[in-house]
Design a binder for this molecule. Structure first.
Ligand SMILES: *Cc1c(COP(=O)(O)O)cnc(C)c1O
Length: 379
């Protein structure tokens, strides 16, 4: 089976992990801050905090913004469930802004419309969570302008977008957002097994996240309500979690990060090659965008033929996939009142999409095989 995505682990990665296993620290040692510094240099964020998963990062981002019961958080339905679950985990209400049916990205016109419709009401969002679908950045300057005018916070779900650029600047620099969250799941651009990180330029948010990822505990005297009893002393000053990354994971991530440029180049080459090889077919692909970090390579086929094309590719040993069943159509969201036709752009995208294999280990001949089998079923 040619998988749609998979990790690429080399001997250097293995050595890096072994070195930590032989060291004094498996967690809370030097590997985490050193990985954080390296990540920060890549995405150009003032603060980068490693966490136990992308989902943990999204949850902490919401907690750090003070999202709680009574708040409304908006996101696009065309994303992984974690983009919406994080707000529900804080007790907030989730609502959706429709996606563009041709790109899968959040629709700016739908966002403007929804904000206008809400002006009279009291359900304006406290935060908007924006997914850079398939590694293509959403239109962040428009979103930042709307955030300023309407007074909401912006969290980038950048799980697909490590190494992507928007307006020639790295995603994660947070020029147009409060926080950006990356994932290091094995299917993403670099991996730590499970893991993720949060980027922000706010020292206050960063400090809060640092505490919240470790039980809400502080060892900083200035944050305590008494003078410390001694050097052993710490206090829990708010309710937190254990969302820390281990040194084993950080060592793997740091080693992987050194190969990020090569991973990105290969992904871009493969995406360009797909565009060229599929150019003379009826298929639609995502528009080539300069700063894209090509996490997925989705194609769009007629809804009536999607299953047939998908099944043919799977029977050929090609691990195609579909990203995503719109979040509002999962049973756990329908029971909140969401229904079919609520977000027609996302639903129309979903009805047509298939993600073709795209990862750094995919060879040209693997790709030729995918294209041949695809053209076979289309003709
Ligand atoms: C992978 C992913 C996440 C969750 O990341 P984990 O590290 O698996 O928890 C969140 N959002 C999107 C869009 C993702 O693709």
């Amino acid at each position: 089976m040619i998988p749609y995505s998979c990790q690429s682990i080399d001997e250097g990665d293995i050595e890096a992990v072994i070195a930590v296993l032989r060291s004094d620290w498996l967690t809370q040692g030097p590997a985490v801050p050193s990985f954080e510094a390296a990540l920060g240099a890549v995405v150009n964020a003032r603060h980068t905090l490693a966490v136990s998963s992308g989902t943990a990062g999204l949850h902490l981002a919401c907690l750090a913004l003070g999202i709680e019961q009574g708040d409304s958080v908006w996101t696009s339905p065309l994303s992984f469930v974690a983009s919406a679950n994080c707000a529900r985990l804080c007790g907030a209400t989730v609502d959706f802004v429709d996606a563009e049916p041709e790109t899968g990205l959040i629709s700016i016109s739908a966002l403007e419309q929804k904000l206008d419709d809400n002006l009279a009401g009291d359900t304006s969002p406290k935060a908007l969570i924006v997914t850079h679908y398939a590694g293509h950045s959403a239109d962040m300057s428009r979103i930042a302008q709307l955030a300023k005018n309407h007074g909401f916070k912006v969290i980038e779900d950048a799980a697909h977008a490590l190494g992507a650029c928007y307006d020639s600047k790295p995603v994660g620099e947070c020029e147009f957002s409060d926080l950006a969250v990356f994932s290091f799941h094995p299917l993403k651009h670099i991996t730590t097994g499970e893991g993720g990180c949060i980027c922000t330029n706010s020292t206050e948010l960063a400090r809060r996240i640092e505490r919240l990822r470790s039980h809400g505990i502080t060892r900083v005297a200035a944050e305590m309500d008494t003078i410390p009893d001694g050097d052993w002393f710490y206090q829990q000053i708010e309710l937190g979690l254990n969302y820390r990354m281990s040194d084993i994971q950080a060592a793997l991530g740091h080693s992987q990060l050194e190969r990020l440029p090569a991973f990105l180049t290969r992904r871009r080459q493969l995406a360009d090659r797909y565009q060229r090889l599929l150019g003379n077919t009826e298929l639609r692909t995502l528009p080539a965008s300069e700063g894209a970090a090509w996490h997925l390579f989705p194609i769009l086929v007629e809804p009536a033929r999607r299953k047939e094309v998908f099944d043919h590719l799977r029977r050929s040993g090609i691990g195609v996939n579909v990203h995503y069943l719109p979040i509002h159509l999962h049973p756990d969201y329908r029971k909140l009142g969401f229904a079919v036709n609520d977000f027609p752009g996302a639903e129309h995208y979903y009805a047509r999409t298939i993600s073709l294999p795209l990862h750094p280990r995919l060879t040209d001949s693997d790709q030729d095989f995918v294209v041949t089998r695809l053209k076979e079923v289309l003709s």
